[in-house]
Each structure stands twice: as structure tokens, then as C-alpha cells.
Design a protein around this ligand. Structure first.
Ligand code: AP5
Length: 211
């Protein structure tokens, strides 16, 4: 793997968590704290849908049903923003990768360019709290109870296996996300600062947050 294209000291973080676990909320704070760019695959897809682009028309039905959109489309959509963010300090990715296949594809592409993820942050929140939050938010067609439950099922089947994947390859930070927003932020920032000081990111750590 070559690191030649990596901007010096760029920070590259990703958020893993079920729908409603607070990935977007926390990614915003992390981006501000570390001066890096928040890239949210779901937000980009929703913008395409709102703008009626070709991508938007392809994915609208899939997103509204809570299914995953095709890997190739997501990879194409994210390539430019990830490369650009890497040149300006780094990124916090929220919503990608969603499957081990996406993570492996990203590893092959980003790893070769030296822009691969350094640290994965996992937010754990009980299912009933996820449903409560998303029903209260009611963002759109995918925040109805049936679709929320389906999105959680998709997460458990397709995305949760990523935790093992990152624990064995990168630094994995475990955070209890069922606490007030500022407390969760504090826990993430402290653990990230500690993790970035470590000599090697290829070291799995598991830090259980206080319940
Ligand atoms: P995406 O937009 O990524 O949705 P999601 O993963 O379902 O996550 P949400 O945005 O619903 O929740 P979040 O964890 O970000 O929580 P948030 O901070 O918003 O994806 C949408 C769809 O796009 C997918 O279903 C799929 O179709 C497609 N897609 C996206 N990426 C894809 C990919 N890589 N591959 C294939 N398909 C893809 O918070 C939620 C609410 O809770 C807010 O109201 C917030 O204020 C509140 N809240 C947050 N934290 C707390 C807290 N600590 N206490 C109380 N309330 C809180």
C-alpha cells in the first residue's frame, strides 16, 4: 500500500450504527472538533432525490423502502467528496460503508491511494430508543414505523458484521449512544484523541462506555 497521495496528517473516521443511533448528529460535532469534512451518504442520496437527478430517480424507491442502494452507485457518488476531503484535513464518513462488501471495495480503492479509514466509531443504542427517535424526527417516507423496523433489520443483517471487520483491521471505538447528545460527543472526542496519538491505527481497541 502506498501513502503517497495522503495529505499530511489527514484524519479519516467513519461512523457505524443503526438508523437513529446518532451517526449524523455526532459526525457533525466530530467534523467541527477536528476541522474535517462530514460526508453523509444518506444526505447525498436525499439531495439527488430532491434535485430529481438520474441518481435520484434510480434510488428514490429503494431509499423510501429502507433497502440498500447498489454498491457501485454509492462508490461512484462518494469517490470525489472523499478525495477532496482528504486534501483538506480528512473526513468523517456517516452511512458508508454499509456492508462488508462495500468496506472491502473501499479498502481496495482508498487503501491504494492512502485515503483509507483510520478509526471506526460504533454507536450502540437499544432498538426501542432508535424507533422512538426516528418516529419523533419523521424525516420522510423512510421514517414510518414499518420502514424504520425494516431499516433496523437490514442494519443487523448487513451492517453489524462490519464491527468485526473493523475490529480486526482498524481501531474500533465502542460508544454507548443511549445518553444525552453532548455526553456521547465527549466520549467519542476523548477516545478519538487518544486513538490518534497511538503509533499504529491497525490495532483494535474496545472501550466500553459507562452505561
Ligand atoms: P442514512 O441517511 O444513512 O440513514 P440511517 O443510517 O438510517 O441513519 P439516520 O440518518 O436515520 O440516523 P443517524 O444514525 O444518522 O441518526 P441522527 O443523527 O440522524 O441512509 C438512508 C438510506 O440511504 C438507507 O436506508 C439506504 O437506502 C440509503 N443508503 C445510505 N447509505 C448507503 C450505503 N452506503 N449503501 C447503500 N445504501 C445506502 O439522529 C436521529 C434522530 O435522533 C435525530 O432527530 C436526532 O436529533 C436524534 N438524536 C441523535 N442522538 C441523540 C441522543 N443521544 N439522544 C436523543 N436523541 C438523539
Amino acid at each position: 500500500m502506498t501513502m503517497q497521495s495522503a495529505a499530511p496528517r489527514s484524519k479519516r473516521i467513519l461512523m457505524v450504527g443503526a438508523p437513529g443511533s446518532g451517526k449524523g448528529t455526532q459526525a457533525d460535532s466530530i467534523a467541527k472538533q477536528f476541522g474535517i469534512t462530514h460526508i453523509a451518504s444518506g444526505d447525498l442520496l436525499r439531495r439527488h432525490i430532491a434535485d430529481g437527478t438520474a441518481i435520484g430517480k434510480t434510488v428514490e424507491d429503494i431509499v423510501n423502502k429502507g433497502e440498500l442502494v447498489p454498491d457501485a452507485l454509492i462508490m461512484d457518488m462518494l469517490r470525489k467528496p472523499v478525495m477532496a476531503a482528504n486534501e483538506t484535513g480528512g473526513y468523517v464518513l456517516d452511512g458508508f460503508p454499509r456492508t462488508v462488501e462495500q468496506a472491502e471495495a473501499a479498502y481496495r480503492t482508498a487503501g491504494t491511494l492512502g485515503v483509507g479509514v483510520q478509526i471506526a466509531v460504533h454507536l450502540e443504542v437499544p432498538e426501542e430508543e432508535l424507533i422512538r427517535r426516528l418516529l419523533a424526527r419523521a424525516r420522510g417516507a423512510d421514517d414510518t414505523e414499518d420502514v424504520i423496523r425494516h431499516r433496523i433489520k437490514v442494519y443487523e443483517e448487513k451492517t453489524r458484521p462490519l464491527l468485526e471487520y473493523y475490529a480486526s483491521r482498524e481501531t474500533l471505538i465502542q460508544v454507548n449512544g443511549a445518553r444525552p447528545i453532548s455526553e456521547v460527543t465527549w466520549s467519542i472526542v476523548v477516545q478519538l484523541q487518544r486513538a490518534f496519538k497511538k503509533p499504529s491505527p491497525r490495532q483494535a481497541t474496545t472501550e466500553r462506555a459507562v452505561a
